[in-house]
Design a protein around this ligand. Structure first.
Ligand code: HEC
Ligand code: HEC
Length: 288
């Protein structure tokens, strides 16, 4: 099977699906019209109003060379006079994620809201057709996404590099992403039950001591040598990280893996391992 045949197949499948649901809708419309003739005005008001109007039903996106993800969005407006509740969304594959503004998502009458979509393009070629199913008792909907990847696409990156770019992008959107989903096996689980040096190696060293780490990740030895910090600084940095960057917060209270004892043991280890010019808080153990 060459690339072209997979491409053709997915296009055809997509079209077949659209046609089927279109015919299906025609069928229902016919039944409804027939029914209306007998039921009169009350029934008409109920069946003809779709409470949610979407800005598009099929959203198209053309990736730029080197893109490892596609970002799209759908806007929904509640045109009815009652609140609409969307209970959830289901996507046609694990490579597509849909984020509602809240879960469940409530839209008051006349309210609009936005659902963000991310499609993972790593290792993909050609045209991808994905669906997003909006689950609601009275406003269910099937939305479609078509992403065209230019020749060459993401394939100019090695799979390892594409994974790293993807991970960095996930962390840029949410610096606590390292403690969620697939990331946990490398960034969260190894820290369970460890303290001191062993904890440093798996929790911090994974990023800060990697020989091929990204340029924004500082060498902590060099960094500490020119920064006047002490144990309390380390406790705070480990617990809360650095908001607005890829540096995560490790405290369990912020979604990280570490309890207070682990944070304290790590801070003691860090202070000894990375000497600093001055220690403004050499008067230790004034927690936080
Ligand atoms: C297979 C283990 C593994 C998984 C899974 C993993 N990482 Fe990493 N991560 C690493 C390693 C190792 C490094 C250090 C850089 C290197 O050597 O590639 C790193 C570095 C990072 C960095 C620092 C920037 C950089 O690239 O140097 C960020 C941010 C990051 N990972 C986020 C994530 C996120 C978010 C996920 C999940 C979506 C994730 N990682 C999944 C092993 C992993
Ligand atoms: C997922 C990768 C990752 C892990 C794991 C990680 N860091 Fe970081 N860290 C970063 C990045 C990225 C930066 C650079 C932030 C920036 O852009 O300023 C950073 C910056 C820092 C800084 C400098 C802060 C500043 O003010 O500039 C310190 C100190 C630090 N990390 C300590 C730690 C410690 C201690 C741990 C272990 C508990 C840790 N890091 C674990 C990615 C990581």
């Amino acid at each position: 099977m060459g690339k072209m045949s997979r491409y053709d197949w997915s296009i055809k499948t997509g079209i077949t699906r659209v046609n089927t649901s279109f015919l299906f809708m025609r069928f229902w419309m016919l039944l409804i019209l027939l029914g209306l003739a007998g039921l009169g005005a009350t029934a008409k008001a109920e069946v003809s109003a779709e409470p949610l109007v979407w800005n598009v039903i099929t959203n198209e996106y053309t990736a730029k060379p080197g893109d490892i993800s596609a970002h799209l969005f759908f806007m929904a407006t509640n045109v009815s006079s009652a609140e609409v509740t969307i209970d959830g969304v289901k996507t046609s594959c694990g490579c597509t994620s849909a984020k509602m503004p809240s879960d469940p998502w409530h839209l008051a009458p006349k309210e609009s809201g936005r659902m963000d979509i991310t499609v993972d393009l790593r290792g993909k070629t050609g045209t991808l057709l994905k669906s997003v199913t909006v689950l609601s008792t009275n406003a269910g909907k099937q939305l479609l996404i078509s992403v065209t990847i230019p020749p060459g696409g993401t394939n100019t990156l090695s799979p390892e590099m594409a994974n790293r770019m993807w991970n960095q992008e996930m962390a840029a959107a949410d610096r606590q992403a390292v403690f969620k989903g697939d990331c946990v096996k490398c960034h969260l689980e190894p820290a369970f039950g460890k303290n001191g040096a062993a904890l440093y190696k798996v929790a911090c060293g994974i990023c800060h001591d990697s020989p091929q780490r990204a340029t924004m990740v500082p060498d902590l030895k060099i960094w500490a040598a020119k920064t006047p910090i002490g144990t309390n600084y380390w406790k705070g940095m480990v617990a809360h990280g650095k908001p607005g960057t890829l540096m995560p917060a490790f405290a369990a209270t912020e979604g990280g893996p570490l309890d207070q004892n682990q944070i304290d043991s790590l801070a003691d280890f860090l202070k000894a391992k990375f000497p600093s010019p001055e220690e403004p808080d050499s008067d230790e153990d004034e927690d936080e």
